[in-house]
Every structure is written in C-alpha cells, then in structure tokens.
Design a protein around this ligand. Sequence first.
Ligand code: KMH
Ligand code: ZN
Length: 276
Amino acid sequence: MEKLIITAAICGAEVTKEQNPNVPYTVEEIGIQAESAYWAGASIIHLHVRYDDGTPTQDKERFRECFEEIRSRCPEAIILPSTGGAIGMTAEERLQPIYLDPTPEIATLDCGTVNFGGDEIFVNTESMIVEFAEKMKELEIKPELEIFDKGMIDTINRLHKKGYIKHPMHFNLVLGVLGGIAATTENLVFLLNSLPKESTYTVTAIGRYQFPMIAQSIAMGGHARVGFEDNLYISKGILAKSNGELVNKVVKISEIMGREIADPNETRRLLQLKKG
Ligand code: KMH
Ligand code: ZN
C-alpha cells in the first residue's frame, strides 16, 4: 500500500474560539497551528484564513501573509488553499488564492451545491465548477475535488468526459456534513466504488466520525484529513490542544495498522503535483 498522506485542515471558516480557544485566527496563530500539524506528520495544510477577529476572508493579501508565515516555519509543507471560503461568498472572492505568486500546487474545487446545516446553502453551480476547473487548469493547479454527496462524483465524471478535469483526479470525500452524505462505512464504500479507477482519495469526516472514518480509509488505501475545520475534540468531551495533537492521533492509528506516513515530496509524487 502507498504511504499515507495526512492533510491538516487547521482552521476552516466556521469554527470559532468560543468552541475551542485553540482555533487560529491571526497570521501567527495560523502559522503555529500549521507548524504543529506539519511536525506531527501532516504533509498538506488545507488553508482557510481569517481576519484577527475571526471573520473568514478569501482576501489574497491575507492568504499571502499566511502562506509566508507557514513557509517560514515549515518550508516543505504543501499548502492547499480553499476556494470554498465561507457560505455566501461570491465565486470571484473565493478564487483569490489561486492567483497568488507563486501559484499554489493544489487547491480545493467544490463539486456541487449542498445544504450546510440549518438554513446555510453552500452554492457550487455547474457553471461555477467549470469556471473554477478551467482557471485551475490554466494555472496548472491540481484541483482537490471536494465531494459532499454521491451525485457530485457523477458530475465530475461527466465534466471529465467534456475535458474540464483531467486524470488522474484527486478526491476529498467529505462525510457527515449536515445536508451531505452521512458518515457510515456503507456510504464510504459506495463513494469509493464510484471513483474513476486511477484516482487518489482522502477521507474527511465531521465531528466524532473523524477518527473512525479515517481508520477505514487507512485500511483501504485512502488518505486522511484531520483538523479543527472538521473536529475540535481529541476524544469524547476533551478539546484538542492543537492540530498537531489531532495529526499525532492519526499517525498512531496508522502505525498500529502498519502504514507509513508520506513526507511532502512523497505526497507530491503520489498526487502528481507540478513540483513533484
Ligand atoms: N467552508 C465551507 C463552506 C473548501 O474548503 O473548499 C466550504 C469548505 C470547502 O470548507
Ligand atoms: Zn475547507
């Protein structure tokens, strides 16, 4: 089996310091959390950014500052910016981080509209998906295809046939969003059986499902995403002190299961990133 790629989603756009005081907002806090995750074993940092008061933003300048901060602490880490941003942002706002110089090696591409809990709707129309895919192709940025439900894989297979997204594709299967596919073993297998054969995939699961679903991905040859964006607890009722602590738990599970951890250069090779 290939080595395990661990992605740390250190911040997200929705979680707050009220829920866990270790959620990073400032550039320095984001750097500290990225560094803790990197040294624990994450080769990819999935990045959202905030203003100092916690407000999510896709501001290019704020992304540039955070990229620099992370690079000064862990130069080898692969930084995977979000083009999803926060609910309600326009496509133009969301796309800002792909225009950084140098361009990111990889960025998220959300593959369909989904309810996101309560009245929140995360809008990704087909024309938005095509627009994001075309721009990333132009800039040689690998899209990490964010899947919140099965139909989104069908959409991507269709857009692949039309030439918008090329093989080999990398998917992030997100289970447990309130409005998306639930975090169950049956659903994970159902999603996996729908992926094009030569694809790679990461599993993300929300809240208490994070570690059980990651363990199943490790067993089946998939990769793992962990971090405050998806889960704030290290175990039942105990808040995680850092993203590094969450990554360390994945490393331990993987060690017990006999799977080695990929470093950033191995990750670049496995995902065929442009620097790899
Ligand atoms: N914050 C969510 C609405 C992504 O990073 O591309 C979208 C999200 C997905 O987190
Ligand atoms: Zn995200």
